[in-house]
Structure formats: structure tokens, C-alpha cells
Design a protein around this ligand. Structure first.
Ligand SMILES: Cc1ncc(COP(=O)(O)O)c(C=O)c1O
Length: 446
């Protein structure tokens, strides 16, 4: 199939340089296991689980079959004032996987919707308890929580603030970023140890500035994924939990990337031993096959919302929120089959084991190459950071990404980083191939 056969005039591609794409398109027409087939018949290895989604690899029959069966049984049913059996089953499985008292699942369709949903829960929860004045949110520099106005506001992505800044939520502040490029340039499966306490700023400046009693929630990605796989300092998440508890602030973990196995555990919350009040998920929950996201809320939040409504009539809606496709039966059937498949094949454990292989390969082969200024690996993901081309931020990473693609390897450019996060089924030889192609591309683009 030649790409000249496609009419590419009508799809406006998301987060993609549309003009250069058309000159050198990357079009997938099939996928199986670790590989894509392109329009011109080339095989490309999926080094990024198709944007962190495809944990079990492509074209997995048990998931496909579950979806087909569900289509023939209950294709769709309204999510409001009714529900479906698949949504109840999926939420039961997800709640059982989640740590602590995270037991109540609010479904949505994406990570962006999960971010906005969790912020709305925080406001509604505080209001329900008579603390409606708690309406300040705190995110973190370089945080990514999707593209909705709530998620962009608590996120710390400069490009969002440049273009959409005027329309972001007003009462938002940000923690400083968690990376020390001098002392923690190279981190292999460890927690960076900081001499200073980088959360002192939260306690001594940010909270007093807004009055801690006005703060509704703090939202962070446990590991900063989209920015380029930046790891939290040792003890950071525990301390964040303590600060939130001390001041009655809700803690939200955005686990859209870290959820469902990427760190070799169910969630980063398990990996770090810190239970948030809400945990956002999407991506790997359906192996990327059908959109599904959600927020797992603590019993405490749910109970408070129900209690606050105790005096209102039983027909009154307690939380004024939801999406037409919340808990879509086909998406939930996909989630049930996906989570079962992860379990049957011990894929989370495998992600942890292969993560060590990936980390070894990246640190062993990429350190010392031209322009490489850092490598960070944890779980089954790693990033190599390069110095930027003067006056052309992101160009080097983009050129390397393109070079890798032309050599049959899909990696992800993120700022000045190249990120590798393959499906959990990845084999050692495939990791070696991904890293070798990446190494060659780094050398060529020096
Ligand atoms: C941590 C995090 N939150 C939210 C999102 C947004 O998810 P979506 O693109 O499904 O809206 C992403 C996407 O990469 C993410 O990494």
C-alpha cells in the first residue's frame, strides 16, 4: 500500500508536526506482538507500548475475543440512571488491585478526563464536608495531566501555559520539579537521594501563601512520565502523604502511565508504599485497545459524599458528574480480559524483570555517547537525555526519533529525552535491538 493512496488532507494529527509528517508519514496498518506493519510493508518494533498503553503486546486474542463477545451481547447501554454488568465486574477487579481503601471507581474514557474528574471530586468532597473554601489545587512543574483545562492547569507544561494560559484555572500553584541534573543525571532503578528536602518549599512557602486550609488537593505523577521519566527523590511521596494528612489536603496520584504494571507492581502507589486518596488510571487498563480511564477514590471520599446527601431526597444525584461513555460495556469487557491476561501471564512481574534488562542495556550502551547528559531507568522504562541543539529545543530528540523509525524502532521523543517503554512481553534480544538502534541514531545525530 503506497501512502500516496491515502487522502491525508482531512485528519488533523494530534501532538504531531503535521507539515513534516506529510513529507515522511508513519502509517501503521497492522500490529502483532511487539511489531507494527507499516503501509509499505516494513516491520517496526513498538518500543513505547504505543504511548504506554499496550502492556500485553498487540493483537492479544483473549482481549479481542472478549470484545467481540461483548459486542454481540450488550453493545452499549446508558451510563446514567442505569449501568451494566461489565462495569460492575471491571470496577470490582480494579478496586481489588488498588491498595488501601481505594475501592470506588469512577469511570471515564481517558487520562485527561480522569484528571478533571479527580479535581472535581476533590472540590465536591470538601464542599460536602462543609469546607467549600478549599479550592486551591497544587500540581508540579513539568507535570502532565492531559489536555482538559483542569489537567492543563495543574500540569506544568510550558507549551500549555504559553498558548492556553489565559484560560487556565486561577487558584493553582506548583511544586518545583524533582530532577537534579548534576547529582542525579544517571539513575538506574534507584531512588535519587537529595541532600536538601525539596518539599520544604511546599510547607514553608506554598501552603502558607495560600493558607493550607484553602488547599483542596495536590496532584502528582509518582514518576513524571510524559516529561521524560523523571524519578521521585527517596522518601518524597511518603513525605507528600504526611504533609497532605497534616493539613487535610487530598493527595491524587496520576497513574495513567505508572498504573497496571509499568513498575513491576500493580501501581506506583504499591511500589512506593504510599496510598493516595485518589488514583487516576487509563492506558494499560484495556491494553490500549479501547478507550477507558477512571479515578479510584477512597471509601472515605465516597462515604463523605453519601453522608452529606443523607438529608436530600434519595432520587437526588450525589455527584453531579459523568460521561456518556462512563463504564462502557465493551471497554469494561476489554479491561476485564486485559487484567486477567496480565495476571495469567505474570506480566507485571515480568515488567519488573525486563526493566532491569532495559536499564542495564541503556546505561551500558548509551552512557558516554555524544551529547548524552543523563539516563534514568525504573521499572520497564528508561529515558536518555541529550543536550539540546542551540536555538532548536527538541530538534535533536526529534531527529533521533525519526532515524530510529527509519531503522524499524519506535521510541518517543519527550523534550530533549528519548523514552523507551516497551510492552511487558518484550524479549531481551528485542531490548538489545531497540537500544542498539537508538545508540546508532544518537551517534549519527551528534
Ligand atoms: C500522567 C498522565 N496523565 C494524563 C494523561 C492524558 O491521558 P489521555 O491522553 O488519555 O487524555 C497522560 C497521557 O500521556 C499522562 O501521561
Amino acid at each position: 500500500m503506497a501512502y500516496q493512496n491515502f487522502n491525508m488532507e482531512h485528519q488533523w494529527l494530534p501532538f504531531t508536526p503535521n507539515r513534516s509528517f506529510k513529507k515522511d508519514p508513519r502509517i501503521f496498518v497492522a500490529a502483532d506482538g511487539m511489531y507494527f506493519t507499516t503501509h509499505d510493508g516494513k516491520q517496526v518494533i513498538d518500543g513505547i507500548s504505543s504511548l504506554w498503553c499496550v502492556g500485553a503486546g498487540h493483537n492479544r486474542k483473549p482481549i479481542n475475543e472478549a470484545i467481540k463477545k461483548q459486542l454481540d451481547t450488550l453493545d452499549y447501554a446508558t451510563a446514567f440512571q442505569a449501568s451494566n454488568d461489565q462495569a460492575f465486574k471491571a470496577s470490582e477487579i480494579i478496586a481489588a488491585m488498588a491498595p488501601g481503601d481505594l475501592n470506588k471507581v469512577l469511570f471515564c474514557n481517558s487520562g485527561s478526563e480522569a484528571a478533571d474528574t479527580s479535581l472535581k471530586v476533590a472540590l465536591a468532597y470538601h464542599r460536602a464536608r462543609g469546607e467549600g473554601h478549599r479550592n486551591v489545587f497544587i500540581g508540579r512543574e513539568k507535570g502532565y495531566h492531559g489536555v482538559g483545562f483542569g489537567g492543563m492547569s495543574v500540569g506544568g507544561i510550558a507549551a500549555n501555559r504559553k498558548v492556553f494560559g489565559a484560560a487556565l484555572l486561577p487558584r493553582v500553584d506548583h511544586l518545583r520539579f524533582i530532577h537534579d541534573p548534576v547529582n542525579h543525571a544517571y539513575i538506574h532503578g534507584a531512588e535519587p537521594v537529595w541532600q536538601e528536602d525539596i518539599l520544604l518549599e511546599l510547607e514553608q512557602r506554598i501552603l502558607p501563601l495560600h493558607d493550607a486550609g484553602n488547599v483542596a488537593a495536590i496532584i502528582v505523577e509518582p514518576v513524571a512520565g510524559s516529561a521524560g521519566w523523571y524519578l521521585p527523590p527517596k522518601g518524597y511521596l511518603k513525605r507528600l502523604r504526611e504533609i497532605c494528612d497534616k493539613h487535610g489536603i487530598l493527595l491524587i496520584f496520576d497513574e495513567v502511565i505508572t498504573g497496571f504494571g509499568r513498575l513491576g507492581a500493580n501501581f506506583a502507589a504499591d511500589y512506593y508504599g504510599v496510598v493516595p486518596d485518589m488514583l487516576n488510571f487509563a492506558k494499560c487498563v484495556t491494553n490500549g485497545i479501547i478507550p477507558l480511564g477512571g479515578v479510584i477514590c477512597s471509601d472515605r471520599i465516597y462515604d463523605a459524599m453519601m453522608k452529606a446527601n443523607a438529608s436530600s431526597p434519595e432520587y437526588a444525584v450525589e455527584f453531579f458528574h459523568g460521561y456518556t461513555y462512563s463504564g462502557h460495556p465493551v471497554a469494561c469487557a476489554a479491561a476485564i480480559a486485559t487484567l486477567e491476561l496480565y495476571k495469567q501471564e505474570n506480566l507485571f512481574e515480568r515488567a519488573g524483570q525486563m526493566g532491569k534488562v532495559l536499564g542495564d542495556a541503556m546505561h551500558g550502551n548509551l552512557k558516554g555517547l555524544p551529547n548524552v547528559i543523563g539516563i534514568r531507568s525504573l521499572g520497564l522504562a528508561g529515558a536518555v537525555e541529550l543536550s539540546s541543539v542551540a536555538g532548536a529545543p527538541g530538534k535533536r530528540a526529534y531527529d533521533i526519533f525519526m532515524d530510529c523509525f527509519h531503522h524499524g524502532v519506535l521510541v518517543r521523543p519527550a523534550g530533549e529525552n528519548l523514552v523507551v517503554c516497551p510492552p511487558y512481553i518484550v524479549e531481551k534480544e528485542q531490548i538489545e535491538r531497540i537500544v542498539n538502534v537508538l545508540a546508532d541514531a544518537i551517534r549519527k545525530n551528534a
